[in-house]
Design a protein around this ligand. Structure first.
Ligand code: SAM
Length: 229
């Protein structure tokens, strides 16, 4: 578990940030148009689920979703939303995927039975740029996919703006990088053994620079999809 996680401080106001709302809307629309979600059936694992912004937006288009995150503050916010829905569709787990057992051996935030081990779809929004071991994480996600299951990763394209945003002025407490190129993400997925690998830009969003006086920077979000097995 990450010892220091400044996302805890951000959880309370996370959903009000227009940049977070923009990225969530872009990802939700892209997922709904991807053919990967089927109402009432698709089992989804959401890596770096945060407060559950994306989970809430796509909940009616899937069967069930399990969010996993390393931030207790984020998981507490997610769990409040899951309880408010009251239909049991959304569950979450405080865990870091460091091995095949990390997910199922962690107690879910609702205190209920362990979450399932395998899913139809693994998604992740704006989290991969915080992950150091990309290859290991992609292999673990593959472990959590049913044969023929899919992954859909959303993150920042590496541009001068994304690199500047993640400069040392970005006081985060966690590892971060300035995004990925489409080719880089496709290569990571291919090397991790996925097939039907495809990455494309899906939209742009604005965020305030940390090193400017309220200057707004424009970022490109990509979606990378691939099939396991
Ligand atoms: C930029 S936030 C995105 C949150 C959410 N997906 C959204 O878009 O609103 C990144 C999230 O990833 C979580 N995180 C960072 N490293 C992680 C890891 N190795 N495993 C799981 N979650 C992680 C953080 O705690 C944080 O909630």
């Amino acid at each position: 578990m990450a010892a220091e996680n400044t996302f805890d401080d951000k959880a309370a106001t996370w959903d009000q940030n227009p940049g977070h709302q923009q990225s969530t809307s872009i990802a939700a629309e892209a997922l709904k148009g991807s053919g990967l979600l089927h109402p009432g059936s698709t089992a989804v694992l959401d890596l770096g689920c945060g407060t559950g912004l994306l989970a809430e937006k796509i909940a009616d288009s899937l069967g069930a979703l399990v969010g996993v995150d390393t931030s207790p503050g984020m998981i507490a916010a997610f769990q409040r939303k899951a309880e408010a829905r009251g239909d049991g569709k959304l569950r979450c787990v405080l865990a870091e995927l460091t091995g095949p057992e990390s997910l199922t051996s962690s107690t879910p935030a609702d205190g209920g039975a362990a979450v399932p081990e395998q899913y139809d779809l693994a998604i992740s929004l704006m989290t991969f740029h915080h992950i150091q071991d990309i290859a290991g994480t992609l292999r673990l996600l593959k472990h959590h996919l049913k044969p023929g299951g899919s992954v859909a990763i959303f993150d920042l394209l590496a541009t001068p703006a994304s690199i500047r945003f993640h400069s040392p002025a970005h006081s985060h407490g966690l590892f971060h990088r300035g995004g990925f190129s489409l080719q880089e993400m496709e290569q990571h997925l291919t090397e991790a053994g996925y097939t039907a690998v495809e990455a494309r830009a899906v939209g742009s969003l604005q965020k305030a620079a940390f090193d400017g006086e309220g200057e707004m920077l424009e970022f490109q979000l990509f979606m990378a999809t691939a099939t396991a097995g």
